[in-house]
Design a protein around this ligand. Structure first.
Ligand code: URA
Length: 251
């Protein structure tokens, strides 16, 4: 990470970058906080966008609340089993993804987006607020690939409708990549979308008359699930983190 020296110590960085890495807001949002006069460094209001801070010595506050950088950010991949809810705390007491990742070792760990309760596969977790938010922002159009099993005999002309973009009740979808894997009484396909609307893949296949029977995410941007076992977690490699950062315009 470019704000970390070889010794591992965090070195001076621009104030808006510090705020974004601390998860206060995006870099742009942090700049707005600064120009609005809501950010102080060592007690003095700082509105100048070029200002730098040394996280080891400077005391940064937003609206009077102290802001600190967490330890080195953590990045994990989970192969989510079916029946588990993507939330860190479920008021109905259902099994959640929080029970599958090391939350007590990494306070502030959160899932990057969500998978439906019955969807399986790759779910990323991080403590890095800035990257997490960027990965979900529609502007960055990060591709996500799913293996889908649907009811009924799926045809290429039907998949063409998804490739072109299809009307859903919350608007048209962007063009998707779709590959027919097998067709029969039930059919299999892979689909890659660059959006992340609620139950989007399920709604897209329902719109062409093929309700989804099972849905499994195999990749999120440059990260692939490969041989990760169901219910297991692994740390992302430095290369995967770098590629995720590049995919969202960081570094
Ligand atoms: N699309 C869906 O419909 N469900 C998911 O869980 C993910 C993508």
């Amino acid at each position: 990470m470019n704000a970390t020296s070889e010794s591992g110590r965090v070195v001076p960085m621009r104030l808006q970058k510090f705020l974004a890495r601390a998860g206060v807001a995006s870099r742009r949002g942090s700049e707005d906080l600064m120009t609005a006069g809501r950010v102080t460094v060592n007690g003095a209001v700082v509105t100048e966008l070029g200002a730098k801070v040394d996280p080891a010595v400077d005391e940064v506050r937003v609206d009077g609340m102290s802001v600190t950088l967490a330890d080195e950010p953590v990045y994990l991949a989970l192969n989510k089993p079916p029946g588990v809810v993507t939330t860190m705390d479920d008021p109905h007491g259902r099994p959640t993804v929080a029970g599958l990742v090391p939350t007590s070792e990494h306070p502030g760990l959160f899932p990057v987006g969500r998978l439906d309760q019955d969807t399986t596969g790759l779910l990323l977790f991080t403590t890095d607020g800035e990257l997490g938010h960027r990965l979900l922002h529609p502007r960055h159009k990060v591709p996500k690939t799913y293996q889908v099993t649907v009811d009924g005999r799926l045809t290429e002309p039907e998949l063409d409708r998804l490739r072109e973009g299809i009307q859903l009740d919350d608007g048209p979808t962007a063009p998707a990549k779709a590959v027919l894997v097998s067709a029969g009484p039930t059919s299999k396909a892979t689909i890659t979308i660059r959006e992340g609307r609620k139950r989007q893949v399920r709604r897209m296949f329902s719109a062409i008359g093929h309700p989804v029977l099972s849905l499994h995410r195999v990749s999120f941007g440059p990260v692939e699930i490969d041989a990760l076992e169901e219910g297991s977690v692994r740390p992302l490699t430095a290369e995967e983190v770098r590629d995720l950062r590049n995919a969202t315009g960081l570094d």
